[in-house]
Design a protein around this ligand. Structure first.
Ligand code: URA
Length: 436
């Protein structure tokens, strides 16, 4: 087999078989297929697309490229969730304990963040002592014991995706449905869960700018998951503005705690309940989505979900007192109000710009090696549709002391808000659901 023939076939709109897809993915991993041929292949896929079968087979070839976690030492239906990215997305911190408190085990591997704010692992490390490196045996034992563990990505999961994603990033081939679907699903399949719930974002801050594209991506991923025997569903949610109010690591943990207490922002709470309902349904702890929602709301109201978070933090070596005293987490030395420049309604908030602002304050990494400041970030005071008066705070920056750059960041945050005389039509957060 020769890579050039496979590129040629795909370029002309042909359909590749399983052996051909394995050849190109394995060859790329072991160096037989060089970057320039893989770039041409990715571009051919970008323009020609892939059939559902091709996408599923490429996904499996990518999942096979590294370690595949066998979660069978954990009893029960293991549920996982994945979000295609979002500013202020702290849903794992809430969904993990919430779903576990309903009796569905969650054995989750999460990443660190690059750009924007940190990833789930960075957020959890805002809690003193929290350990995200557990051995496989410790990981399994903790999930068997308390129903929940979250660890950093260990071992060598989907090296094909790591290499290909980096290549796509610099060859303008990221926004391709088969390439995104195989990238996401190869990681989820290799991570071993029996049930996978996907949060596919659409809107200005997302890869998929239109609901139609987001639905097509969701459908492709649900088909792959179903094909390989994992119960899979996907929700399409709006990402035209940040989720909740807090952007920044300890600030987001604090907001997650409020949500677990039942006092969180409505958008964040609703999205967590919706995603969790599918996990609880797949996990067999409810007979319908409606029943799952009743159970989940009860777990929030009764304090069971919050108690599970406390147990989880203690099990991973963190200080469980942060649950009652979030001020024990790192706090910024100073706060700066960002003021509304005019009277009117908030018509739009540029989520990406706010993510960037939080990163510039130190909440995210510009490079892989950069250190994170857990204390800093942005807390919104107003969201889309709310009325504001000139001179009142629309957001608050949590900054390091004497931070010169903070003034510039404050300007960026102010400019990320569009304020106008008309009340905007606020689109619903949950746009549709795709199931098998
Ligand atoms: N997230 C991924 O993991 N892969 C993509 O291709 C896009 C988003």
């Amino acid at each position: 087999m020769r890579a050039v023939d496979l590129i040629h076939k795909k370029r002309n709109g042909g359909e590749l078989d399983s052996a051909e897809l394995s050849y190109i993915i394995e060859g790329y991993c072991n160096g037989d297929v060089p970057d320039y041929q893989m770039s041409a292949f990715a571009m051919a896929v970008f323009f020609r697309g892939m059939t559902a079968r091709e996408t599923a087979e490429m996904t499996l070839a990518m999942a096979r490229s590294g370690d595949q976690i066998d979660l069978s030492p954990i009893s029960g239906v293991k549920a996982d969730k994945h979000s295609t990215g979002g500013v202020g997305d702290k849903t794992t911190l809430i969904i993990g304990p919430l779903v576990a408190s309903c009796g569905v085990p969650v054995a989750k591997m999460s990443g660190r963040g690059l750009g924007h704010t940190g990833g789930t692992i960075d957020k959890l490390e805002s809690i003193a002592g929290f350990q995200t490196e557990l051995t496989r045996e410790q990981f399994f034992a903790q999930v068997n014991e308390i129903g929940l563990a979250v660890i950093g990505q260990t071992g060598n999961i989907t090296p094909a995706d790591k290499k290909l994603y980096a290549l796509r990033d610099v060859t303008a081939t990221v926004e391709s449905i088969p390439l995104i679907a195989s990238s996401v699903m190869s990681k989820k399949i290799a991570a071993g869960a029996d049930a996978i719930v996907l949060d596919v974002k659409t809107g200005s801050g997302a890869f998929m700018k239109s609901v139609d594209d987001a639905e097509a991506l969701a459908k492709a991923m649900v088909e792959i998951g179903t094909e390989v025997g994992r119960q899979t569903s996907a929700l399409i949610s709006d990402m035209d503005q940040p989720l909740g109010y807090a952007i920044g690591n300890a600030l987001e943990v604090r907001e997650a705690l409020d949500t677990l207490r039942g006092h969180g922002p409505a958008d964040l709470t609703d999205l967590c309940i919706a995603l969790s309902s599918h996990m609880v349904l797949h996990g067999g702890q409810a007979g319908s989505l409606e029943e799952a929602e009743v159970l989940l709301r009860d777990r929030l109201a009764s304090g069971a979900a919050l108690a599970k978070f406390r147990e989880f933090v203690a099990a991973q070596g963190g200080d469980p007192n942060v649950v009652d005293k979030p001020e024990l987490m790192p706090q910024a030395a100073a706060v700066i109000d960002v003021l509304a420049p005019a009277d009117g309604f908030v018509q739009k908030i540029d989520a990406e710009e706010l993510g960037l602002a939080a990163m510039l304050l130190g909440a995210g990494r510009a490079t892989k090696e950069a250190a994170i400041d857990h204390a800093v970030g942005v807390v919104l005071k107003r969201k889309v549709g709310e009325r504001v008066q000139a001179g009142e705070p629309i957001a608050v920056l949590h900054v390091k002391q004497d931070e010169q750059a903070a003034t510039e960041v404050a300007q960026r945050v102010q400019q990320a808000y569009t304020i106008g005389a008309e009340a905007p039509v606020v689109s619903p957060l949950l746009l549709s659901v795709v199931t098998a």
